[in-house]
Write a protein that binds this ligand. Structure first.
Ligand SMILES: [Zn+2]
Length: 93
């Protein structure tokens, strides 16, 4: 089983809009199955197997989660229905 790709799944917390590591060292099928149980999640390819058995304590996963969270904050405009409300305050007669 050498050289088989490994994947991590990161779950998006809808309240805080932050990603947390859900699982890592999964194969593709496991990752997809795990991701389907979350309302919002991301599957990320790993370059190598992560050593720490706990994804929440895994340094590599933490770093990826931070990057995903940062991107989530940047890209909020493409999916932000809440933003439309603030731009329409000047409708006076
Ligand atoms: Zn990890």
């Amino acid at each position: 089983m050498t050289g088989s790709p490994r994947k991590s799944v990161f779950a998006l917390d809808p309240d805080t809009q932050t990603y947390t590591p859900a699982v890592h060292n999964m194969n593709a099928a496991q990752a997809v199955e795990r991701a389907s149980t979350q309302s919002a999640s991301k599957i990320v390819d790993q370059e190598r197997r992560h050593r720490n058995p706990d994804p929440l304590k895994c340094k590599t996963c933490k770093k990826v989660a931070e990057e995903l969270t940062a991107k989530q904050a940047e890209g909020a405009g493409s999916n932000g229905e809440e933003k439309a409300l603030t731009a329409q305050e000047s409708e006076s007669d």
